[in-house]
Ligand binder design. Structure first.
Ligand SMILES: Cc1ncc(COP(=O)(O)O)c(C=O)c1O
Length: 459
């Protein structure tokens, strides 16, 4: 069965049945899919199309990832051409597209980095965690540095280690217990400061708390600190000024690697090529995924500073090489598509465009602060969170159920938005992460629909 032409309700119904009878979907309840589903058959720009012809403005770019927008046929040509030339060979050998892509990434970082290829953001962070541990084994003989320090309410992936690195208890509960190798500290969530303080008079108490944690754990047991510069899952919360550079200073002080998760923040999303570039820090390890290929094919990477790379370099007898392999790492077709995707971003100045359109969208969304239920509007570039509260004075969260109603009402109005927040009652933020090609007219629609929906659902 295929559905590329005119909408046909009978074919759509048959596909829905085929799916329900055979597919196990991630994270959504199947019972809901029985009555309400999107069968995506196409997309263009910031719009996706259902098999019944309904168009949705996708203000989430899929799962925060289709940065250059839908329907870029030229990437299909790049993939086909590379597949004819060479689809795949393991990355223990070299291939042309992966070498080109690594060079391109190194250029985006201003030089000084090597890239290790994997297939998803989770794998990129997982490899980063393992590289930090292996680095510590090489560089600190006699010490046992294996811990990762992370922040509560962060999300770093779905594998056991990256889920453990994340700080979302609700996401972890079904899979506990975890190893205990991941130590969590309070996040820099200034709208709801966990320490009850105000920035900047707090004098970055959360970083001091991180230092206390490192000292308490024993610095010689800590391999790395992992941070997402703008914390997406927590509710799209940018780092306060000065925070990341103080975290970096802490890492340097205790010989700990700084691992930056750019899986969502990266590739133009925040108005710069990488999120950390807003904050004047330089990652030792960086995880990238999603926007690297705008999800046209799966590919991701762990990018390491040359000082880290050097630790893995030596005689064969020293056994210093990266101690893992994954079958599809450096896949030639995915790499060729990712390289062209990055070229498109640079040619069309999509990071700059994200900064400009993001500022426009942010201005529009800030008008929603007049609603009694809109507590905070924040973000950078085209990565934005609208936090909903029951009461602005107490900041009591509006609740996950109400947020679900907002998301559903937006969908009925033809707008796809995401949900974020610290989980439970705190899952109270509308997330916006549209393709970087979203137009101003489409931004107006986002604001207009959210305005209408919040009025109808929340008050
Ligand atoms: C910040 C962050 N890191 C890592 C991941 C994991 O990426 P993936 O789903 O590709 O494994 C995600 C996924 O959304 C993410 O948001």
């Amino acid at each position: 069965m295929s559905l590329t032409n005119a909408p046909d309700p009978a074919i759509r119904a048959a596909i829905v049945k085929q799916d329900l009878d055979n597919v196990l979907h991630p994270i959504v309840q199947h019972k809901l899919l029985e009555t309400r589903q999107i069968v995506v058959t196409g997309g263009h720009g910031s719009t996706i199309v259902d098999a019944d012809g309904t168009e949705y403005l996708d203000a989430m770019a899929g799962l925060w990832c289709v940065n250059i927008g839908y329907g870029r046929a030229e990437l299909a040509d790049v993939a086909a051409e590379q597949m004819r030339q060479l689809a795949y060979y393991p990355h223990t050998a070299m291939n042309v597209p992966a070498a080109e892509l690594a060079e391109s990434i190194n250029g985006l970082m201003g030089g000084g980095y090597h890239t290790y290829f994997v297939n998803s953001g989770s794998e990129a962070n997982e490899a980063g965690i393992k590289i930090a541990r292996q680095y510590a084994k090489h560089e600190y003989p006699g010490q046992f540095r294996f811990k990762t320090v992370s922040r509560y309410f962060s999300y770093h992936g779905t594998t056991m280690a990256t889920l453990d690195a994340g700080g979302l208890g609700e996401r972890k509960a079904k899979f506990e217990p975890f190893s205990g190798d991941f130590v969590h500290v309070a996040p820099p969530y200034c709208y709801r400061c966990p320490l009850g303080l105000k920035h900047p008079s707090c004098e970055m108490a959360c970083v001091k708390n991180m230092e206390t944690t490192i000292i308490g754990e024993g610095p010689e047991s800590v391999a790395e600190v992992i941070v997402e510069p703008i914390m997406s899952a927590m509710g799209v919360v940018p780092s306060p000024d000065g925070y990341l550079s103080e975290v970096q200073a802490l890492c340097r002080k205790y010989g700990i690697l700084l691992h930056v998760d750019e899986v969502i923040n990266g590739f133009g999303r925040t108005g710069k090529m990488f999120g950390h570039q807003h904050y004047n820090v330089s990652p030792d390890i960086m995880a990238i995924a999603k926007g690297i290929s705008s999800a046209y094919l799966p590919i991701a990477a762990t990018v390491v500073k040359n000082e880290v790379f050097q630790s893995f370099y030596g005689e064969v007898s020293e056994n210093r090489q990266v101690g893992q392999v994954n079958t599809y790492g450096g896949h030639a077709v995915s790499a060729a598509v990712a390289t062209r995707n990055i070229e498109i971003m640079l040619e069309e100045k999509l990071a700059e465009r994200a900064a400009e359109t993001g500022a426009y969208l942010m201005d529009g969304l800030r008008t929603l602060l007049r609603h009694p239920n809109v507590g905070d509007v924040r973000g950078k570039g085209l990565l934005i969170g609208v936090e909903l509260v029951k009461d602005k004075a107490t900041k009591e969260p509006i609740g996950a159920e109400k947020l679900g109603q907002v998301v559903e009402a937006c969908r009925e109005a033809g707008l796809l938005v995401g949900r974020a927040g610290a989980g439970g009652k705190m899952g109270n933020t509308v997330a916006l992460s549209p393709p970087l090609v979203i137009t101003r007219a489409e931004c107006d629609r986002v604001v207009e629909i959210l305005d209408r929906v919040i009025t109808a659902v929340c008050v």
